[in-house]
Design a protein around this ligand. Structure first.
Ligand SMILES: *Cc1c(COP(=O)(O)O)cnc(C)c1O
Length: 376
C-alpha cells in the first residue's frame, strides 16, 4: 500500500533520544529550548514569540483562554477547518459562525466572512490549507476594521510564507502541529506564536498548572518573607501541556531536515501538476501566487467521480483521502448549520487528497499518475 502521509525518522532521531536518556532529565529543558529557538530562526522571527506545547489542538484551545471567549461571543469558522477549532469554541460556550471557503484553494477569503460579521464577532480561525497561505492582506484589513482577532491554524504550514512573512506570525496568534502525520513530526507536539508579552506570560502559566511565572521560592536568597521552598501560589486554573526533552530533541533533528523534506514534496507536487494538467475531467489546485511559499503538505484534485476514483486507487494499493470534512455537516455541530455553504458542499463531494510525502519513490508517483490516467 502506498501511504498518503508518512513520517521520516531514523538513526539521528534515535541517537539524540539516547542523549536525552543519558542526561537523566526527560522533562522540559535544554532540548525544548533549542527546538523553540531553531523553529523561530527557521521562520526568521524573534525567539521570544514562540512557545512549544503538546499538540496544535492544545494551542487552539489556549486561544479561547487568551482571548477570553465566552457566552454570546461569535467566532468565525470556515466550514473546512480542523474539528478542534469547533470543539474549542464549544468548550467556552461561545457561538460558532460558519463561513464558506474558496472552492479551489479551500482557503477562506475576506469576502467569505465579511457578511457574517456582527458587533459580537470576537475572532476568526483561519486555516492555511495544505500549506498554502490565505490572502492575508484582505483578511487582516477587514478584521482590523472590526476589531476581530485573527488566529492562524498553521498546522499544515510549517514553513510557509505570505509576502515574506511566515504563516502563523501574521495574525494575533498562530499555531503549528508536529503530530505523527505532519511534515516535521515529534510524535506529538505543537508550537505557539504570540507577539504580545502579556499573552505569552498567561500562556506559559496556563500550560503549566497555572503556577505564577515569577514564583517566589524559599530557595531564593532574595527577601521572600518566611516561605519554604515547597509552598506555592496559583494564578489561574491551568493545565499541563508542555513539551518534554524527548520530543523536543526529536524536533531539533527534524527541523534540520525540513528543507530536504519540503524540496522532495515540491518535486512530487510539480510532477503531479505537470502530468495531470492535460486531463479535462480533473480540476487541479490553483497556481501558487508568486508572493507565496508553500510547505507542500497536500496535493489535491477535484472531479465528479471522486468516490469511484478513491475506491479504484484503494483497490490498486494506493491510499487517498479527503481533508477536512466540512464541519457544518457534522451532526454534533448541526445547531450552527444555519446557512448554506455551497463551495464547501462542492468541495466535500469532489475533492481527493493524493499521497504526498518525502518517502514516495519516483515509481510510486508514476504508478499513481498512471492509475489516474487509466481511470476513465
Ligand atoms: C493536524 C492538524 C491539527 C491538529 O494538530 P494536533 O497536533 O494533532 O492537535 C489542527 N489543524 C490542522 C489544519 C491540522 O492539519
Amino acid at each position: 500500500m502506498i501511504n498518503i502521509f508518512q513520517p521520516s525518522v531514523g538513526e539521528e532521531e534515535l541517537e539524540i533520544i539516547g542523549k536525552v536518556f543519558q542526561s537523566n532529565w526527560l522533562g522540559k529543558g535544554e532540548y525544548v529550548d533549542k527546538f523553540e529557538k531553531q523553529f523561530a530562526e527557521n521562520l526568521k522571527e524573534n525567539r521570544e514569540f514562540f512557545l512549544s506545547t503538546t499538540s496544535c489542538t492544545e494551542a487552539i484551545f489556549l486561544a479561547g483562554d487568551l482571548f477570553d471567549f465566552k457566552k454570546g461571543d461569535e467566532i468565525l469558522v470556515p466550514s473546512i477547518s480542523f474539528p478542534s477549532v469547533a470543539t474549542s469554541i464549544l468548550s467556552k460556550e461561545a457561538t460558532i459562525v460558519f463561513c464558506d471557503v474558496d472552492s479551489r484553494s479551500l482557503n477562506v477569503r475576506a469576502e467569505d466572512f465579511e457578511k457574517k460579521i456582527t458587533s459580537n464577532t470576537k475572532a476568526i480561525f483561519i486555516t492555511h490549507y495544505g500549506g498554502v497561505s490565505c490572502e492575508m492582506d484582505e483578511i487582516i484589513t477587514l478584521c482590523k476594521q472590526h476589531n476581530i482577532k485573527v488566529i492562524e491554524d498553521s498546522a499544515c504550514a510549517v514553513q510557509s510564507f505570505y509576502k515574506g512573512k511566515a504563516c502563523g506570525t501574521i495574525g494575533d496568534m498562530g499555531m503549528w502541529s508536529f503530530d505523527a502525520m505532519k511534515i516535521l513530526t515529534t510524535g506529538d507536539g505543537g508550537m505557539i506564536y504570540l507577539q504580545s508579552p502579556k499573552l505569552m506570560e498567561i500562556a506559559k502559566e496556563q500550560l503549566y498548572y497555572g503556577l505564577p511565572l515569577k514564583q517566589k521560592s524559599g530557595l531564593d536568597n532574595s527577601d521572600n518573607g518566611s516561605i519554604n521552598w515547597w509552598e506555592f501560589e496559583l494564578n489561574r486554573s491551568g493545565r499541563r501541556a508542555i513539551m518534554n526533552n524527548i520530543t523536543g530533541a526529536i524536533g531539533t533533528v527534524q527541523i534540520k531536515k525540513l528543507d530536504t523534506f519540503i524540496q522532495r514534496r515540491e518535486e512530487i507536487y510539480n510532477r503531479y501538476y505537470k502530468e495531470l494538467k492535460g486531463l479535462k475531467w480533473l480540476t487541479l489546485p490553483p497556481q501558487l501566487k508568486e508572493y507565496m511559499v508553500s510547505s507542500y503538505y497536500f496535493f489535491w484534485i477535484q472531479l465528479e467521480e471522486r468516490d469511484r476514483l478513491a475506491k479504484y486507487l484503494l483497490d490498486n494499493e494506493v491510499y487517498s483521502t479527503f481533508r477536512y470534512w466540512p464541519l457544518h455537516k457534522v451532526d454534533y455541530l448541526k445547531k450552527y448549520n444555519i446557512d448554506s455553504y455551497p463551495n464547501s458542499d462542492k468541495i466535500a463531494a469532489t475533492t481527493l487528497n493524493l499521497p504526498l510525502h518525502q518517502s514516495l519513490s519516483d515509481d510510486d508517483v508514476g504508478k499513481i499518475i498512471g492509475l489516474i490516467k487509466d481511470f476513465k
